[in-house]
Design a protein around this ligand. Sequence first.
Ligand code: SAM
Length: 250
Amino acid sequence: MIYAKKKWGQNFLVDQNLLEKICNTCSIKKNDEVLEIGPGQGALSEKILQKTKNLTLVEIDPELISSLKENQLFNDIKILNQDILNTNLKELSPNGQLVVIGNIPYNITSPIIFWLIDYKTNWKKSYLMVQKEYADRLIAKPKTKTYSRITVMTNLHFNIRRCFNISPNVFHPRPKVNSSFIEIEKREISPEIDLKKYSQIARLAFNQRRKMLRNSLSTLLNEKNLQEFDFTKRPEDLVVEDYVFLSKIL
Ligand code: SAM
C-alpha cells in the first residue's frame, strides 16, 4: 500500500472512464513518442500503453518507481527516477516529436510551463492537468480579471485550449480544488523577438496591474517612446502583439 505524499502533490486518478477520456483526448497514434510527467502508480500510463509502446515515464518518488518497475506491463518502457524540471528533453527527444502528458503536481505548474517553453523545440504537443483557476488564467482574454502575466508569457509561445473540467471526486486523495485538462500547441514566433525584454515588460507591467503603463514601465521609457504607443493603457488592455511591439521599441 502506497500512501500519497503531499509534498509531491500526489492525488491519483481513480476513475477509469476519465482515464480513457484523457487518453482519447490526446489522440495518441501508434508509435507516437510519449513522455508522461509524474505517472504515480501508472493508472494513466496503462491507458497510454494501449495506444503506443513508445512511452517514457519520469517520476520523482523512488517508492512509486519501485512499484512501477514491479508492474510487468511496464517491463519494456523507459522509467526514469528524476525531477521533471531537471529532465533534459534535448537528450530524450532530439527530433522534437514527443507528446508530453501529465497529471502534474499543481504546486509546480508554472515551473513545468516554463520548462516546456525552454524545451519548445523538443516536443510537438503537450497535455496537462492543472488547477481550474490556473487554466482560467492561461486562456484569459484581455480586459478581464484573470488576464495576467502568465497569460501574456504563455500566449506568446502557445495556443492553449481547455479540453474539459474535472471534479475532485475522480482523485484519491480528493483535492480541495477543481481541475482542467488543457491542450498546449506551439506557436511559431519570430526569432527577432527579444524574449528577455518581453518578459521584463510583462513582469513590470503586471507587478502593478492597476497602474498605467507610463508608471509601471517608467524606468524603460523615454520621450520618443511616448509618441509611439499609448502608455495610459493598463497591462490587461494589451494583446500579445502589443507586448511584442513594446519589446521592440523599449
Ligand atoms: N499520473 C498519476 C495519476 O494520474 O494518478 C499521478 C498524478 S499526481 C497528481 C503527480 C505525480 O507527479 C506524483 O506521482 C508525484 O510523485 C509526481 N511528481 C511530483 N513532483 C515531480 C517532479 N518534480 N518530477 C516528476 N514527478 C513528480
